[in-house]
Design a protein around this ligand. Structure first.
Ligand code: PLP
Length: 439
């Protein structure tokens, strides 16, 4: 089936895209079902990235579509300030039921970026309400991605995302990242080396004064900068240091949530529970935009004192807990459970690991790393043209029938959790062919 394509691409200012390069040779997607996209001219594209790390249950699941349609017919919208609708409460209960203790309350947003900014604001406000208003410093990590809001780019650690946007948030510092090719190249799962790097948090606490630090935010596995798997012991150590200094630990699980690492959340996979968790993407299988912040009972309770007629947190969005998003979220969580998709991801992990590490030895490959249903395949940069090899790999894969994601010269893979072993073989064969062809 051919889909008509627009003859003028100029008006749409595309996000995080090289607009002129794209519009000179567009890659358009017009349909999607299960493991595949369809291009306007009817080509099937195997989805190696679950869209953008988000369509974990695969595309076009009828249960989710129907839930959205039914909700749109029943009630399109309800204001979330001083009003409520049943599915918001239902989804919050369902979500916190899935999350590890003590994450017991959910605040809804419309994206991961909003979830991150919300989490940072909650952390600051918590300390202020808890009698420690001097705790205002936020700690992020180099190579961390926490969305595109001012809070997220301030604690984020990707330099082009921060450049040209003014002074950002004050009172922010960063841990170093954990990526180290010399020590950890070709690690399968969690690298052995690097747990000690968490000690940098102690150094920052000593530098600024532990009583000035409000929160530390990390992605348990850094996705956007190329699948950086946490070294063994690293997250455990961060947790212990936060506990020792009264610092809130925030896990940004926008990518790692909902089965991506073969468990409900990375917190469950690694056995390390944060005080606050940010979510989005797989929460609704990306069918309707939605994000969430989960917080511990202790944090929530700190807001629930004082006069009962006073708003406890002056924060929220017109579309917080939007009925269509809640309907999609409930249907998505039910589908994950019914089809055992988190367990499925776990059971595919060894097959996936062997398949991706099978690309070792191909031209210019300098590292392969994996965990859950994710992989980073790092290519050495072309002389004087960093990122070019990665971009060419993306184009070559798309032309050969697979969607991959690249960040710099690293190819990142994160297929829907419904992928079959034969489709893993097809995906990796396309990626291998692309790496060989681009040279
Ligand atoms: N946090 C993490 C870890 C992410 O990977 C992303 C997006 O990729 C975000 C936050 C931002 O989410 P959104 O693009 O929905 O604002």
């Amino acid at each position: 089936m051919d889909t008509p394509i627009p003859n003028d691409l100029s008006a749409f200012w595309m996000p995080f895209s090289a607009n002129r390069q794209f519009k000179a040779a567009p890659r358009l997607l017009a349909g999607a079902k299960d493991m595949h996209y369809r291009t306007p001219d009817g080509r099937e594209i195997l989805d190696g990235t679950a869209g953008l790390w988000c369509v974990n249950a695969g595309h076009g699941r009828p249960e989710i579509t129907k839930a959205i349609q039914d909700q749109a017919g029943e009630m399109d919208y309800a204001p979330p300030f001083q009003m409520g609708h049943p599915k918001a409460f239902e989804l919050a209960a369902r979500l916190t039921g899935l999350a590890p203790d003590p994450l017991s309350h959910a605040f809804f947003t419309n994206s991961g970026s909003e979830a991150v900014d919300t989490a940072l604001k909650i952390a600051l406000a918590y300390h202020a309400r808890n009698g420690e208003p001097g705790r205002r410093r936020l700690i992020g990590r180099a190579r961390g991605y926490h969305g595109a809001g001012f809070g997220g780019i301030s604690v984020g650690g990707i330099s082009p995302n921060r450049t040209n946007f003014g002074g950002l948030l004050p009172e922010v510092d960063h841990l170093g990242h954990t990526h180290n090719l010399k020590e950890n190249a070709y690690s399968k799962g969690q690298p052995d080396w690097g747990g000690h790097l968490a000690e940098e948090l102690n150094d920052l606490a000593a530098l600024h004064g532990p009583g000035t630090i409000a929160a530390v935010i990390v992605e348990p596995m850094a996705g956007s900068t190329g699948v950086l798997v946490p070294p063994k012991g690293y997250l455990e150590r961060l947790r212990a240091i936060c506990d020792a200094h009264g610092i809130i630990l925030i896990f940004d699980e926008v990518i790692t949530g909902f089965g991506r690492l073969g468990a409900s959340f990375a917190a469950a996979r690694f056995g390390v529970t944060p005080d606050v968790m940010t979510l989005a993407k797989g929460l609704t299988n990306a069918a309707v935009p939605m994000g969430a912040v989960l917080v511990s009972g202790e944090i929530f309770d700190a807001f629930m004192d004082g006069a009962e007629n006073i708003i406890e947190l002056f924060h929220g969005y017109t579309y917080s807990a939007h009925p269509l998003a809640c309907a999609a979220g409930l249907a998505t969580l039910a589908l994950y459970e019914r089809d055992n998709l988190f367990e499925r991801a776990a059971s595919l992990e060894s097959y996936w690991r062997d398949a991706v590490h099978g690309l070792r030895g191909l031209p210019n490959v300098i590292d392969i790393r994996n965990i859950g249903l994710t992989a980073g395949i790092e290519l050495g940069p072309r002389d004087g043209a960093p990122g070019m090899r990665g971009y060419e790999a993306l184009v070559a894969c798309f032309e050969a029938g697979a969607l991959v994601r690249v960040t710099g010269d690293t190819i990142a893979l994160s297929p829907p959790l419904i992928i079959a072993e034969t489709q893993i073989d097809t995906l990796l064969a396309i990626v291998a062919g692309a790496i060989e062809n681009i040279g």
